[in-house]
Design a protein around this ligand. Structure first.
Ligand code: GLN
Length: 485
């Protein structure tokens, strides 16, 4: 096996056995990124110098007797995590030239565990999108079909891992941005419970929904990363002070007696029937492993998209007010006065989708409409949460599709943003309720990957990883690589 085909787990044993050093691995992946990424556009910045110095120090720590599972592991970060002295752009022109003076907690924790940062990954501008087409740095291509989108907003993370440029990456998920690109590129991606992973140093999109998490080729690698990323952080006031499970130890638990729920609302109009069949295929496999299945109901699911597309833009309009041409990044040329500076810096710095959401959010929060939109959306959010709480009284795990459709053609949904919003139907309820969700590979339709989503009660990330790992012990979907990569 070539070095670029190895999973994090295999890299850890290769390093421990001295098959190769972290420096050799890093050099070989840097060369591969340079050769292959022009086809994909998954990286915004390649941090060669940083990577080589982190790799050297990982090799030194190993030589001194350390043997951590991530010591020397190459990864890259979504360009929404602040990285000290390295461009952090959120794929927006408005952050041109912005170098954060500090590392995000996630970046810091992973670096402390010994990971090697190869660079910063492309994404939808400010994480707004499902196709990675709204990036100031251009669209990302799906390695399974270069004419198609890789999903979004963590599309660079997904494309880079799927194309074997890096074994794993960080992403963030406000309404599906880890799970949906994982589904469209044949990866395993986990959105943790809200509060499980620190948001400190993550550039905010919708603060009550945003959550960082891992994208990797299998559940075991996600467990390795989550173990290092998660945990209480006094710098994030919504971070939860609750002990971490041992995610790796949980992987091997048998599934006998696991109660699975299939929501009847998931299988209605709008779902590509071929994806529905893959979901049932996963259920059959889990039954063989000892799970039982029953139909459940999530009656308020139909209200999730409208509620999300009020709450997320409302919070975004407030969060993005800090980009004013004064404090960070881009400033317009020759402003005539302060108002002109604000207006033109923002007008020139933000892309179309970001402006659309700032306008929707500002409108929804305005005095005359606040009750009708924002308050109403928050009420719906509570109903959606209650649906999950009721469902999890009956079952341990909910299974369904991650996306209603396969990866679409680049540009196909540009004229109609709402058609892209509808792609989030299965993922955004987990963000609205705050529960954890995972997408894993479940087969192919027309040569394109299909993802199946698992949802669990609050703080049950270990259960999601356990079920996905057990499924991956008896299936091969997750090991398939796109042709040519
Ligand atoms: N597609 C959703 C949106 O555009 C979700 C994005 C995300 O999770 N960051 O808001």
């Amino acid at each position: 096996m070539s070095m670029h085909e190895l999973t994090l787990r295999q890299i850890a044993s290769g390093l421990a056995n001295k098959d190769f050093s972290a420096t050799e691995l890093t050099q070989s992946l840097l060369a591969r990124i340079q050769a292959v990424d022009p086809q994909l556009n998954s990286f915004i910045t390649v941090t060669e110098e940083l990577a080589l110095s982190q790799a050297k120090s990982a090799d030194e720590r190993r030589a001194a007797g350390e043997n951590g599972a991530l010591l020397g592991a190459p990864i890259a970060h979504k360009d929404l995590f602040c990285t000290r002295n390295v461009l952090t752009s959120c794929a927006s022109k408005i952050l041109s030239g912005f170098k954060a003076p500090y590392d995000a907690t996630v970046v810091e924790k992973l670096a402390a565990a010994g990971t090697v940062t190869l660079g910063k990954l492309n994404m939808d501008e400010f994480a707004m999108g499902s196709a990675n087409e709204s990036s100031h740095f251009g669209p990302v291509k799906n390695p399974w079909d270069l004419t198609r989108v890789p999903g979004g907003s963590s599309g660079g993370s997904a494309a880079a891992v799927a194309a074997r440029l890096i074994p794993a990456a960080t992403g963030t998920d406000t309404g599906g941005s880890i799970r949906q690109p994982a589904a469209l590129t044949n990866l395993t991606g986990l959105k943790p419970t809200y509060g499980r992973v620190s948001r400190w140093g993550m550039i905010a999109y919708a603060s009550s929904l945003d959550q960082g998490g891992p994208l990797a080729r299998n559940a075991e690698d996600c467990a390795l990363l989550l173990q290092a990323m998660a945990g209480f952080d006094p710098k994030d006031s919504t971070s939860v002070d609750q002990p971490l499970d041992d995610y790796l130890a949980a992987l091997s638990q048998p599934l006998a007696g696991l109660r699975i729920g299939l929501p009847r609302e998931y299988f209605g109009a709008g779902l590509d029937a071929r994806i529905g069949e893959k979901v049932l295929g996963v259920v059959e496999e889990l039954k063989k492993l000892g799970a039982t299945v029953k139909e459940i109901s999530l009656p308020n699911m139909q209200h999730a998209i409208p509620a999300y597309y009020v709450i997320a833009p409302a919070e975004a309009s407030s969060n993005l007010s800090r980009f004013d041409g004064v404090r960070f990044g881009y400033r317009c040329e020759n402003p005539v006065n302060l108002e002109d500076l604000y207006k033109r810096s923002r007008g020139e710095g933000f892309g179309t989708e970001v402006k659309r959401r700032i306008m929707v959010g500002t409108y929804a929060l305005s005095a005359g409409y606040y009750d009708a939109y924002y308050i109403k959306a928050q009420q719906i959010r509570r109903l959606i949460k209650n649906d999950f709480v009721a469902a999890f009284n009956e079952v341990d795990l909910i299974i369904g599709p991650t996306t209603p459709n396969l990866a679409w053609k680049i540009g196909e949904k540009n004229a109609d943003p709402v058609s892209a919003y509808l792609e989030d139907i299965y993922t955004i309820t987990a963000n609205l309720a705050g529960i954890p969700g995972l997408s894993m590979p479940a087969g192919f339709v027309d040569g394109l990957p299909v993802g199946v989503q698992l949802l669990a009660p609050y703080f049950q990330e270990a259960r999601l990883l356990n079920v996905a790992h057990q499924y991956q012990q008896v299936t091969e979907w997750h090991t398939q690589a796109p042709t040519g990569f």
